[in-house]
Design a protein around this ligand. Structure first.
Ligand SMILES: C[S@@+](CC[C@H](N)C(=O)[O-])C[C@H]1O[C@@H](n2cnc3c(N)ncnc32)[C@H](O)[C@@H]1O
Length: 207
């Protein structure tokens, strides 16, 4: 099946600038979204056509560029704490011709998200994996009705289904990710699904 999908998705004509960004990320150990997740993101924002996107976790601006290229009318508000990433993302947004639609929130999302105001019709949650649960309440308040929350890495290498031992570094993150998913699925304000795509993606629409 993996080979089948690789062949199928390999038929797409990739944007050379995005290919170069993916190569850079790979060579420099920057964890950008996986190719399958990118296909899903392109499709979802292509259907949804959001105007105001909140992203937590900019990295080098790969997912941000994908969303802005797919949605020419969208504005991106993106949170990142790593100065080097912010510099690289700035360069890449400029190079991809989307910089004028980007607003950075520079700093720790744990300090920023709960102070944020504004309305968003799409949220891409891809920042600190142990904090999704803490962010959910604030994201829910900022999402408009019909707004979509897409959260990446919700299965995190299988650790979320099969919790590692408490001594394992991944335990806290996996435990908190379970809290996030439990909260999402028990919240009547959301219709949600988890997809086994990439490292696991949850999609939620605010009713
Ligand atoms: C998985 S990467 C984002 C990848 C990007 N969304 C993409 O697919 O192109 C996660 C990013 O979140 C940033 N990050 C981690 N913890 C953070 C925090 N507490 N506040 C802000 N940014 C954070 C990291 O520096 C990293 O660049």
């Amino acid at each position: 099946m993996k080979e089948f999908f690789e062949r199928l998705y390999g038929l797409k004509q990739p944007d050379p600038k995005l290919v170069a960004m993916r190569e850079f990320a790979c060579e420099n150990g920057v964890p950008i979204m996986l190719a399958d997740t990118e296909n899903l993101l392109r499709t979802i924002v292509g259907i949804k056509k959001p105007k105001r996107i909140l992203e937590i976790g900019t990295a080098i601006g790969y997912s941000g560029s994908v969303m802005l290229q797919t949605c020419p009318e969208a504005k991106l508000f993106t949170v990142e704490m790593d100065e080097r990433m912010i510099d690289l993302a700035t360069e890449n947004f400029l190079n991809n011709g989307v910089f004028d639609r980007v607003t950075f929130f520079k700093g720790d999302a744990r300090e920023i998200v709960h102070k944020m105001t504004g309305e968003f019709d799409f949220v891409f949650l891809d920042g600190p994996k142990g904090q999704y649960f803490d962010f959910l309440h604030y994201i829910k308040n900022m999402l408009v009705k019909g707004g979509v929350l897409m959260s990446d890495n919700v299965l995190f290498h299988g650790y979320v289904e099969n919790l590692p031992s408490k001594k394992d570094r991944a335990f806290g993150m996996a435990y908190n990710m379970n809290k996030f998913l439990d909260s999402l699925f028990s919240d009547e304000a959301f219709e949600s699904v988890v997809l086994e795509i990439g490292d696991g993606v949850s999609l939620s629409v605010k009713k």
